[in-house]
Write a protein that binds this ligand. Sequence first.
Ligand SMILES: Nc1ncnc2c1ncn2[C@@H]1O[C@H](COP(=O)(O)OP(=O)(O)OP(=O)(O)O)[C@@H](O)[C@H]1O
Length: 233
Amino acid sequence: MSALIEAEHLTRILPATVPVTLVRDVSLTVGEREFIAITGPSGSGKSSLLYLLGLLDRPTGGTLRIAGQDTSAMDDDALARLRLEMLGFVFQFHFLLPEFTVSENVQLPMRKAGRLSAREMRERAAGLLEELGLAGHLDKRPDQLSGGQRQRVAVARALANDPHVVLADEPTGSLDSKSSEQVFQILRDLVRKRGKTVIAVTHDMDIAARADRRIHLVDGGVVSDERAAPAAV
Ligand SMILES: Nc1ncnc2c1ncn2[C@@H]1O[C@H](COP(=O)(O)OP(=O)(O)OP(=O)(O)O)[C@@H](O)[C@H]1O
């Protein structure tokens, strides 16, 4: 299994009169086709770690390689490019842009990457949305959809540039149990059927129990990193 993410002694300290350690000496390797849950009590640094792994924040110590590339020497443009190519994000609150249609929201990361024609972007967005059960909703605005549908649009947007890794921060945190289960199944299928790696921060123990690997944090540090037997899902 080739490493997609390699973190060594990753640390994030917020400078302040009394510095705050958000992430403490985290070393881990993430490979292809992994479905990982990051768990831990509130305030244990789960989101902070996810943001570091997703290149949305920079560590104050340690090293982080993404697809073999050392990110520490990269400038913001290089990080943004790597992020666009390798990583997709799903947040607890969908962060869809209300003034754009569903299809346009999904096309936004494609526009940023600048590789596809307008027609290709439209077709790719339509294909992704169709796969996620949203074929009839392309031209609607996000506020015309249910919470679960909006989160599925957010998943489609995360897949826009065909990333290797999807990082999700409490992806089911604001959904009812039926929509939660749907989003969980979608994330799991990204791994099983599309060969993506998914790293999800979650408070939902049911989801964590069904992940292939659980990384548990306390006070910013990893206290356990365990893999489930493949048949457990
Ligand atoms: N910008 C900031 N300034 C000060 N403290 C911060 C900042 N960001 C995070 N923290 C603190 O750092 C710690 C880790 O936060 P983080 O959001 O990563 O934890 P979490 O495990 O994701 O929490 P939750 O489960 O509640 O979302 C918390 O104690 C939080 O209050």
